[in-house]
Design a protein around this ligand. Sequence first.
Ligand code: 6R9
Length: 637
Amino acid sequence: MTDGMSFRGGVRDTENALVDPPAAFVEQANVTARGVDREWPECWARAADYLDWMTPYERVLDATDGYDWFAGGELNASYNCIDRHVEAGRKSQTALRWEGRLGETRTYTYHDLSREVNALAAALRDRGVEADDVVTLYMPMVPELPIAMLACARIGAVHSVVFAGYSADALATRLADTGSAVLFACDGYYRRGTAYDLKRKADNACLDVPQSVDRIVVDRLDDDRPHGDNYTDYAAFVADYWGETVAPVARAANDPLFEIQTSGTTGEPTLIRHTTGGYLAQVAWTTHAVLDLEPGDTYWCTADIGWITGHSYTVYGPLALGATTVLYEGTSDYPERDHLWEVIERNGVEVFYTAPTVIRAFAKWGSDHVDRHDLSSLRLLGTVGEPTDEATWEWYYEHVGRESCAVVDTWWQTETGGVLLSTLPGVDGMRPEAVGPPLPGVSVDIVDARGNSVDTGDSGSLVLTRPFPGMGVDVGESTGNAPEAWRYRTGDAATVDADGYVHLLGREDDALDLDGRRLWTHEIEAAIVGVEGVAEAAVVGVDAGGVTPYAYVSLQRGTGPASAIRERVRDAVARDVGAFATPATVVFTPDLPKTRSGKVMRRHLRQIATGEGVSDTSVLRNPEIVGELESVTDVSE
Ligand code: 6R9
């Protein structure tokens, strides 16, 4: 290991030295000092500076009625993501690079993107779509998806992207809830070389909604099936509008830009509305300060646009900064297990952002897949979505980053719009397992069940204690009129170490109450993943007259025998956490059920363990694993 750093189990370990970011990275970093020259909320003016405003804002925050960031200001998101770069002479720079499922590629310069977005915006306008109308986008990772998002933004319509893996029922609910009268879909999409029908799901959904829905379909499948009477073909829809330009509509900072559903890994999914000015400012600034992106950089975020990470950091952040964003239709391991690294090498990706679950999957297959590629273009690596354990951090840092990249672990949520907790990569030391301190302007507290702050190093509920520009509409609660009376309970458990770095411990809903003590999933999982040969672990509490921990463990390639590892898993938990937390049952599985946004579905594992039957698996990337796990009967050894 580098710098005398040691990797040990136990998430509260603050003895680990901070790892300095590489000197070559620091030299070129966008942000080199944490210093904030203005108090909250004025310090957030620095985020608004990354945008072009049609009407300058009057106040950074007007908290007289709700939280109106950049009040009085007007802007257009599509102007900020396209026109200003064209005007600045970047029209032949690549804006969007698409890597299709079947090996195809498409490249859109900022000029091309402008042409596409203007044509579609004109077609939508002529179809009668007006500012504040909701347009639903039910599409996989094809270029038409970000194009449609930006076309909506251009005319002030609110986009509502529904993840393409969702069922017809889920789409119907979203259409009905939003009252959306325009739906974009694809005829289908490819996953692992197999074609899936999307249009039939869209048809079924439309049968179930009260309003009539205008349907436009993008031809993605290579077949000759007619789309049917209910549909307008996308190509025909825009055909008469090539070369037209649509003036970007001025939107108040507080006007909605889009609606999106939370991923619902624990509770019921809810609909979040994001604003135009506050959201875009937070996303643009964090893309600059945390992801260190500069105009012209080539950047890849692996998240599907159907989730918030894809909205903020595949589409809006990189395009607002004038970077080149890679759009990848494939799954990371298809057709080959080194496809991900090949995409980085081929495109010269400089900044790479993914989920720890993706990294763990690659670590599981061994490092030879990554080692054979030239990844020297990379300078910054990011993670998001789940806690990153030390072993995963180390693998990412060494094998992907070759110890010469800065690594940021970024915490945020659908509700927060953009990153809130992370190191500033050119300023702060890196601590594996910790996301880092709150970004300047962000305030947090860790509280116990009664809402009182806990001592440094103790765990509790992570609460945000100051509003921030990217906050979704109506996120948080106020106990009074002053902004200081605002609180938002994140639903995550965390602890803060002596250096002020926040360590995430898991979702509160997934907590285990063992022997009168409250334990968070990551505390036990981190101990298990520290066992040599273990690639991934998920722990759930099974209530059978008292809660017992069940561990689901997947092993690295070539590791065995499982029986020896089972004992090591138990020993590690007893040592690092305590004997009371030792898993009663350890189940070995080739994979864990994960959402396509890279989160482990512990809820499904709990349902499997109790035999109660697994609810809807449509958000899973690997639904087949649920059936496999359900058929494992002898789990106790
Ligand atoms: C962006 C996104 C939010 C939940 C969040 C937390 C988990 C996100 C994390 C992390 C540990 C990180 N989460 N980033 N946990 N370390 N760096 O993922 O949004 O889909 O709404 O999920 O993801 O539990 O509360 P969303």
